[in-house]
Design a protein around this ligand. Structure first.
Ligand code: AMP
Length: 216
């Protein structure tokens, strides 16, 4: 099993690019945010209520909760698969745990792709983002609109705006990114795994660049 980590600020396109890469055979998109949203929707426990509160504020969910969720997922993957991790790890502690988890399941972390986008572009992408309430597909009201307004092209589900895409939450998420997640760029560079990709462009073009760099 191969693991490719996608790095980048909120709005850098990790989910969009990962879902395009997952159109290739044996490539699977694993989004920690989607897994957490699913868990929070279905489990009414103190840990899931705490996770929901952190997500509403744009803060990070407790490392142990996320690590456990990801490990469950890694263990369920087939040996020949390539996993594209979107949103995990988000700090150095999680990155260290991922290395341990990969060793347990016999997976190789082969690359960490940094999707580079200037901050004003991130903010406009997050403000216009809409997400399918059924299959979690991402759209943008201007750059990537659905064929029918408010309805998912893929599954017909209703689109909604994530609560944490509101402007004040976005500020906080960007702060958390600068404070905790950005350090992973040096972490992976020091392991000679970092691949920098200009992600300002159109999603198909960016996905093609990433595929050429890490899936070939
Ligand atoms: P995302 O869908 O990746 O933007 O994640 C949405 C929210 O889920 C984040 O703002 C965090 O609250 C939470 N989250 C996702 N991934 C992680 C992670 N690796 N560690 C901690 N919290 C996470």
């Amino acid at each position: 099993m191969k693991i490719i980590v996608l790095l980048g600020a909120p709005g850098s396109g990790k989910g969009t690019i990962a879902s395009r890469l997952a159109r290739c055979d044996a490539v699977r998109h694993v989004s920690s945010g989607d897994l957490l949203r699913e868990r929070v929707r279905h489990a009414d426990t103190p840990a899931s209520r705490e996770a929901a509160e952190a997500m509403r504020k744009g803060a990070l969910v407790d490392d142990h909760v996320v690590d456990e969720l990801m490990l469950e997922h890694l263990q369920a993957c087939a040996p020949g698969e390539t996993l594209i991790l979107d949103g995990y790890p988000r700090n150095e502690r999680q990155a260290a745990t991922l290395e341990e988890e990969a060793a347990i399941v016999g997976a190789d972390i082969t690359a960490a792709v940094w999707l580079e986008v200037p901050e004003p572009v991130l903010i406009s992408r997050l403000a216009g983002r809409r997400v399918c309430s059924v299959c979690a597909a991402n759209y943008h009201v201007e750059n990537m609109p659905p064929r029918v307004e408010g309805i998912c092209d893929r599954c017909g589900g209703k689109l909604y705006q994530r609560e944490d895409d509101q402007p004040e939450k976005v500020d906080h998420r960007l702060h958390v990114y600068r404070d905790q997640t950005r350090a992973l760029i040096d972490w992976y560079a020091s392991r000679k795994l970092l691949v920098r990709i200009d992600s300002k462009k159109d999603a198909d073009e960016t996905a093609a660049c990433v595929a050429r760099a890490v899936l070939a």
